[in-house]
Write a new protein. Structure first.
Length: 222
C-alpha cells in the first residue's frame, strides 16, 4: 500500500531563526524565501503561508530584535540615569545583530515590544521635564542615533573574516598614516583610532553618553 508522506509542519519561529543566522553572516540581502524553503525542506509556498513576501520576513526579524531588548525596571534614580540604562539595554540587544539593526526602526511603533519601549522612553523624558511632543521627538531621534551607532560600527562594517578584516584595516591605517603630519598632525597621530576604535565597549559607551548628554543639554537650554 502506498501512503502519502505527511507534510512537514513549518514553525515560523524556526524560519526566523534561520533567517537571522543567514543575515548575521551574510547580510539581509542574502535572505530569500527560496533559500529558507530549501533549508527547511519545504516548498516556497509553505513559507508564503506565514510570510507574504521578503519584506514581511524582514519585519519579523526586526520584531525579533526589538523583543530581545530587556528594559530595566523603573528605579528612584535621576531620570537621566534611567534613560542611560534604557538606551544601553536597547543598544545591547542591537549589538548582537549589527547588520540588522536598522530593521528595528520601522517596527518601533508597530510591534507591541516596540511600543512598550517607546512608552518607557517617553515616560522617562517627560519625568525629566520634556513636554509630550518634545519627548516624542527626542525619543525618536535618540533611537535613530543609536541605531546608526550600531550600523556604522567600524568593526561590523568590515568583512566578517578576521584575517581579511585586519588586512582591510591595515590598508586604511596606512593611508591615513601616509598623510603629511605637518598638514594633518592630529589625524595622523590618531590614525589607528579613527580607522577603528581600540575598544568596542568604549565605542558604545561613548556613543550612549553623547546621546544622553545631548538630551540633557537640550533640556537645560530651554
Amino acid at each position: 500500500m502506498i501512503t502519502k508522506e505527511t507534510p512537514r509542519r513549518l514553525d515560523p519561529q524556526k524560519v526566523v531563526d534561520s533567517a537571522l543566522a543567514i543575515a548575521d553572516d551574510e547580510g539581509p540581502a542574502a535572505v530569500t524565501l527560496r533559500r529558507l524553503a530549501q533549508l527547511h525542506g519545504v516548498t516556497p509556498m509553505a513559507l508564503y503561508r506565514h510570510f507574504k513576501d521578503k519584506d514581511d520576513l524582514l519585519a519579523a526579524l526586526g520584531d525579533r530584535l526589538i523583543a530581545s531588548v530587556v528594559l530595566p525596571e523603573p528605579t528612584d534614580e535621576p531620570w537621566d540615569k534611567q534613560l542611560h540604562a534604557a538606551l544601553r539595554a536597547f543598544v545591547q540587544a542591537l549589538r548582537a545583530h549589527p547588520r540588522l539593526a536598522d530593521l528595528t526602526l520601522r517596527r518601533m511603533l508597530v510591534s507591541e515590544d516596540g511600543l512598550q519601549i517607546s512608552e518607557r522612553l517617553m515616560e522617562i523624558l517627560t519625568a525629566g521635564g520634556f513636554d509630550i511632543d518634545d519627548a516624542a521627538e527626542v525619543g525618536r531621534q535618540s533611537v535613530c542615533s543609536l541605531i546608526s551607532l550600531v550600523t556604522t560600527d567600524p568593526i561590523t562594517r568590515e568583512v566578517s573574516d578576521p584575517v581579511q578584516r585586519e588586512d582591510s584595516l591595515r590598508v586604511k591605517r596606512a593611508a591615513l598614516g601616509a598623510l603629511s603630519p605637518h598638514k594633518y598632525p592630529l589625524v595622523t597621530a590618531a590614525a589607528d583610532t579613527l580607522v577603528c576604535p581600540a575598544s568596542s565597549d568604549r565605542y558604545y559607551d561613548l556613543g550612549i553618553d553623547l546621546v544622553v548628554a545631548g538630551i540633557c543639554g537640550v533640556l537645560n537650554k530651554e
